[in-house]
Design a binder for this molecule. Structure first.
Ligand code: ACO
Length: 326
């Protein structure tokens, strides 16, 4: 099996800010409630004609500029998203065209909601480990503002738009191999707690709200996350051969600070080793983990060789954890 390394990272958020004070004008809420219950202060919202594929392209351009890397010769493009521009063609194939990447590449979208980016890394690593691919562009991107119900105060305060991109390449030296362990779980019955309808409107015998917008029972998702993520975090660290003390950075999905704080308490990971992107960007779904990592890279808080624990969880209900060496 071949080794693989993350060799570059970039990210993008739209310019337009939506603050808690803006939301006070739109629904019955307050800055105080939102900050207290979620830790979120602002989010970025894409323009009406700016779609997930555009966020992807901007994140890749940021990565190329900062790392002096080309993507013309990648042999696979993976886009993790729940807000693809279209059901088909895939966002990945649109990105191939917009970036002028060689036709000698694969391109596919992955659907695993807020765990999508970690799943895409899992997939990219597997493709390289098998010897089938050598250089893979992995993007986590979502424009949840496109499917957010701005009359529903229980969801519209949470979500924002963003994209994060990384390059995964075949690596010769074991000590530079990035991917140490994974842990994935699925509780499909919980799919009824956070969804967007398109074709079907019943799931596991439950009638869904046929709004074509995101519907969430936040309380149920919250309880599930606190019940199950701490075990998952311990499991993935156990499989890596490291201990929780050896993990330099914890990067949980940026859903809500009121979820992240108890996760830290229950796993013994301190908040000052925890990276999140929600304060100024909200819950950006598949983009939240690469965005949090990239913010720390830009601030030079994380260094090559550091060990990071990425943990995505969300609609499905699915989870994907990964311990990696940066
Ligand atoms: N402003 C003011 N009041 C509000 C707001 C708001 N924006 N939203 C809800 N409330 C009210 C409710 O109506 C309720 O009032 P009531 O008691 O009179 O009925 C009260 O506040 C409490 O509501 P809860 O829903 O119980 O609030 P909770 O403390 O659970 O916080 C929240 C809600 C923030 C959504 C939380 O449940 C949460 O973060 N859940 C997890 C969401 C998540 O992580 N999703 C990730 C997956 S998403 C994906 O995959 C795309």
């Amino acid at each position: 099996s071949y080794y693989a390394r993350m060799t570059a990272i970039g990210s993008y958020v739209p310019n337009r800010k939506l603050t808690n004070h803006d939301l006070e004008q739109m629904v019955d809420t307050s800055d105080e409630w939102i900050v207290q219950r979620t830790g979120i202060r602002e989010r970025r919202i894409s323009e009406p004609t700016q779609y997930t594929s555009d966020l992807c392209v901007a994140a890749v351009q940021d990565m190329m500029r900062r790392y002096n890397k080309s993507v013309q010769d990648v042999d696979m493009i993976l886009v993790a998203t729940s807000t693809a521009d279209f059901p088909f063609p895939s966002t990945a194939s649109i990105v191939q065209a917009k970036l002028g990447i060689s036709p000698a590449t694969g391109a596919l979208d992955l659907s695993a909601a807020c765990a999508g980016f970690v799943y895409a890394l899992h997939t990219a690593h597997s493709f390289i480990a098998s010897g089938l691919h050598r250089k893979i562009l992995v993007i986590g991107a979502d424009a949840l503002s496109k499917i957010t119900d701005y009359t529903d105060r229980t969801t519209c305060v949470l979500f924002g738009d963003a994209a994060g991109a990384v390059l995964i390449e075949r690596e010769e030296r074991e000590e530079r191999h990035s991917f140490l362990s994974y842990h994935v779980t699925t509780e499909g019955e919980g799919g009824v707690h956070v969804y967007q309808t398109r074709i079907a409107d019943r799931l596991h015998g439950v009638e869904l709200q046929d709004t074509k917008l995101l519907v969430q029972n936040g309380r149920e998702v919250f309880r599930w996350a606190l019940r199950t993520v701490p075990e998952g975090v311990k499991a993935v660290v156990g499989k890596s051969g490291l201990t929780l003390e050896n993990v330099d950075w914890f990067i949980p999905h940026s859903a809500n600070l009121r979820i992240i704080e108890p996760l830290c308490e229950r796993t013994g990971i301190s908040m000052d080793r925890t990276l999140y992107s929600l304060e100024y960007f909200g819950n950006t779904s598949a983009a939240s983990i690469p965005l949090a990592l990239d913010l720390a890279v830009r601030e030079q808080r994380v260094k090559p060789g550091d060990h990071a624990l990425l943990y995505g969880f969300g609609s499905g209900l699915v989870q994907a954890g990964l311990v990696m060496r940066l």
